[in-house]
Every structure is written in structure tokens, then in C-alpha cells.
Design a protein around this ligand. Sequence first.
Ligand code: IVH
Length: 692
Amino acid sequence: MIDTAAPLASPSEYADAVATAVQAAAAYYADGATPLGDDEYDALLKAVAAYEDAHPDQVLPDSPTGKVAGGAALGDVPHSVPMLSLDNVFSAEELETWAAGLERRLGRPVTAWCVEPKLDGLAVAARYRAGRLHQLITRGDGLAGEDITHTADAVLGLPAELAEPLDLELRGEVLLTQDQFDHANRIRADHGATPFANPRNGAAGTLRAKDRPYRIELTFFAYDAVGPDDLAHSALLDRLAALGANTAATTAARPRPCEGVQEVQQRIDEIAALRAELPFGIDGVVVKADLAADRAEAGSGSRAPRWAVARKLAAQHKVTRLLGVEWNVGRTGIIAPRAVLEPVVIDGVTVTFATLHNPADIERRGLMIGDQVFVYRAGDVIPRVEAPVLDARTGAEQPIAFPEACPRCGDAVDSSEQRWRCVRGRNCQAVASVLYAAGRDQLDIEGLGGTRAVQLVEAGLVADLADLFTLTRDQLLTLERMGETSADNLIAALATARTQPLNRVFCALGIRGTGRTMSRRIVAHFGSMAAIRAADAETLAGVDGIGTEKARVVAAELADLAPLLDRLADLGVGTAVTVPTAPAAVAGESGTEGGTEGGEGEGAESDGGPLAGEAVVVTGSMTGALADLSRNQMNELIEQAGGKASSSVSKRTTLLVAGEKAGSKRAKAEELGIRILTPEEFAALVAAHLPA
Ligand code: IVH
């Protein structure tokens, strides 16, 4: 696909751009299935127009500039008065320039403006004879359109009969509201038809469809009429509503007369802010001179009136690639698919994930990995994938694999409902969190494996981490295949777990983004669970390696976990612990100062034990006094001795502990001239911190 934003540098680039635009316009006005997003199409047209301005002698006859519907749409019913398009502006500054131009032309200020939503559908003309709907026509090329009277009875808001027996032509937009769009896609799925990519495509396809075995309702909004010429535009809209036509006055983005460009800008901002909540799509805001006299004096060009302009808003639908699908298990055990996307900017926000609702929805939309997909994002709404661009398929797309087992606990999946669930429901989370907490790098509870965790949760004895520490021997003995020895062993293991250092208790909470290393850093920084709990996102961001985003997540999860933390504290878990001494003391001091950066780290290092200021990497197998220590325990030891543990050798590494069979890390350390110690030498250095 060509880069639609770049200026066109040569006749061949210009010709390519014209061909792409003509093709996109043809698809857009046929069934709406264009592979170009609205923003890209607009940018492409701008580039074509700029090239033509600079090279008027090279303008190609099929260029879409200056033509209604890019010259793509045709029909054979002549319009009574041409159905014009609108010129676009893309910023407040461009709007100001446009308004100044119009006022210069008039030689005076525009008396009043009317500001209204630009509805994202298709323009139609509805002809009434003696108040009865006689013919419905598409805009076509603006001079003649297609007769689509057969669809009129499915168009809500377009009365079969007006309140008065008038000869009149209503003009307006036909669209699918969000509800109508969702409903339409459900109906289409039931009939084995491919889903509409977005509401606009759905409206285009539906308006022109004949002989469908199902009915899809659309909605009409009137914004103009041929007949009453002398009314102000705002008064005309009131009149059309009184005659029975639906207008945008029924919506929060209702048309509003405004005085002066500043008020116009304000109303544009209001409508833009309302966009996400509107039950239908808008792709801009239309600004019109309100009074008939101003409009008559301004006149129209061949493509667009001079008295109106569309202030375009960024498109909410963008096309990008579906890279993969993740399956996440929610609190209640719902297994929800999430699309991983090639990053795409929609309305100023980079979108990398989007919801896919549920497996049935994925099937209904016929999505495949590698597809180009329409992604929709509006306001704070979670972005969602709407449909694949079928024309863009290359054959390399892969089917989406649905989970055969719960991705969290590995148990069976209940797929009897639309939304798939882990058969454990809420307990899935409990089993997974208990298992994680009992793991080797957390509380290291021997004898608490998958089967036991499931038993404990299913017997109702354990719903969270704190419950583990309330278990009694008698309770354990009620479990199947739990003999006295096993029960005693588990009780003993739980007693040991209670005394695990705070970094392991903290890690056992399973807070997102806080694995072993981060847990150690957080604990070293704050010194106690009470201090961690009291920390807000800003303070958390002071911990080495925590960015603002992660700090926010950790703070939010800590707030969620408050009841659990209370219970753990009551049970004495995570309170009677060995806190890494030196960093904790310094962190305590800095805590009262609001956690200033820089100096704090140095303070920790200057009087923080034998490894103060050292960045230590461990490689190879440990021997001697260190022989039984896992890597995690080695890292804990390093941090307790005031150093920083890391897993890879870099320029910042200051010390490598190299045991037997040390490989590439040793070679790299040698190359960088980093100090290398044997396990024995290292053990001697940190002797005071070695576990008893
Ligand atoms: S006025 C001569 N008002 O936008 C005046 N058009 O990009 C022509 N549209 O063809 C149109 N909302 O399909 C007008 N409130 C609104 C509109 C609106 C949507 C569409 C219409 C028009 C297209 C131009």
C-alpha cells in the first residue's frame, strides 16, 4: 500500500495515488469494503490535490478531486437539485481560515452559524408527493442516484407520510446505529453471511441490497430539504422534525445556532467530546451559515457549497494487522480473548490490544491471525476488533487456536455458553494464586502442589493466601489421601513459610510486574509491608526499575489487596521477617523525605554492606558454602549484602561470581575487564550475610 501521508514527488507517484484513490472510492461507495481508513483516504486526496495545484498541466481525467463521491458512485435517477458534498477542514486553525475566507467573500461577518454532527452514513434524497413518500434515491455522483425505494420501510426516522400533505424532498443521512450494527451482524451470522466491517459499510451494503432473506433496520437523520428555501437552517431542521422526520435534534449532539467562530469552535469541541457516548458514528462536525440570505449570497461550487464546511474528526476505525490472540482468565473464571495488534494510532492513542469478546464472536467475524482488521476505538471505550478486510488476505493467514485447557490453572474449559469459563469458576483464580504463592521462589511450601491446592480450594478451606495460614491439622485430615504424616509435614511447611523474608511474602501476592527481583527491590526500598501499603504510585515510582505505568498498576493492585494484607498482618505473616538491613534503613529515611531520587541510592550503597555499589551477576554452579543456594537465594544474598543482582553481564556489571562450568558470561566479563570471584571467594566476602 502506498504511504498516504507523504507528498507526491513524481508523475508516477501521482498516477499511483490517483489509481489507489479511485479504487478506494469505488469500493467505499459500492459495499464500503475499502482497505483504506477514512484518515488515509483524506490524506491521500490532500496529497493528490497538492500535486495537482503544483502541476495543473498533469491532472489526470479520472482524478477524484473536485468530484462528488470521488467520481465513483453512479445512478440513473436525476436529482432535482445536485446533491453536493462538503469541503473538509482538519483543525481549528483551518476552520478559522475557511470562515475568514467566506466572510471576505460576503464582505461582512456571517450573521449566524449552525453547528451539527456530521453523521457517518450515506446521503439520500427522499421525495414526498402530497405528503407521501414516493421515492428514495442515493446520492450517486451528486447529479443522479440509484433508486432504493425498496429499502425505505426499513429506514427508521423516515416517515412514510409527513404531518402535512406537502411536495417536498428530504435530504439526510442513513446509518446504522451501534445497536442496529450489532443486531445486523448477529442476523448475518445466523444466515451464514460475513459480518459488516463497521456501521458505515453495513449501511452502504444494506441500502443497496435486494432480495435479502432477512431485514436489517437503519436510521435516517434529515439535515436538509429541497422546497422551503427561505428558512434559516436551524429553523428548517425544526420544521422537518415537526413534519415527522428524525433529525439530530433528538440527540445530545443536537444542531445549535452559534454566534461567531469562537462559539462555533466551542460547540465543535462539545460535540467531539460527546462522540464516544453517541449511539451512532459521526466523522466530524458540520458548520453551516444559518441564514438563507447568507447561504444564497455565498453560493456553491460544483462539488460543495461555500456556506458550509466539515470539520473532520480523527477516524475511530483504523485498519491494522492482527498479530495474535491472548486468552486471559478473569476473576470469575471467564476466559476472554484479547487481540494483539500491530500498533496503530487511533484518535491520538496507540492501540496494541483490542477486545475480541468471546470465541463465538471470533468465529462470527471469521478472523484469522495475520488478517488486516478494522479496529474501533472511541473515547475511553476499550478498543475492539470489528472485522477482517477479506480482500487483503494473502493466504498466509492462520486460524486462531482456541484454548483446550484453562490457560491459568490448566483445568478443563466449560464452553457451553458463549463466554468460555474455567470449570473452576472463581476458584480458578484461588488455585492459581495459592499455587503461585507456594512456589519455590515465593513461600516455598513443600507438599503444596497442584492436587493439594485444588483440594483445599474445593473443600472451601482456602480461598486466598491468608487462608493457608489458618489451616489446622484436623482440617487437613478431612481431605482425601491426606494421612497424618502428610498433614504434619504440610503444617510444618506452613510454619516455615510464615517466617519467610518479606520480599518472598510480597512476591507471593502475585502483583503484576513484581517477580522475584522487583519484589526484592520494593522491599529493600520500603523496609516493611506497612510502608509498602502506605506508598502511592508516585512513591512506588521511586523504586529502581519501576516506571510510572508499573507504579500505577502496583498501587492499584495493592489497594485491591488491602483486605488480604490486613488478614496477613493479623496472622503475623510478612511482619516478623528479616528485612534486608542496609537498604531498608536508608529507604526508611528517604520515605520521610518523600523518596528523593539519586542521593538515596548512593546512600544505600555507601554504608550498605560489603557489596555496596556492586552490580553482581552469578554464573555457573555454586560450590562450598553456596552450594545449596538457588539462583533466587543467591540474588537475595547479594541484595542483603547491599549489592544489586542482575542476570546478564553488561558494562554496568562490576562483579561476576563464576562457579563451575561458567560459559559465555565469564568470557564476556573477562572481555569487559570485570572483576571475577570464585564462589568461595564470594562466600568469604559476604560471610556475615550467609544463611545460618
Ligand atoms: S450538509 C449541500 N449536513 O457529509 C450540503 N451533510 O462529506 C451538503 N453529512 O454528502 C451536506 N452529516 O452525506 C450535511 N449534518 C450534515 C451531514 C452531512 C453528514 C454527509 C453527507 C454529505 C457528506 C459530505
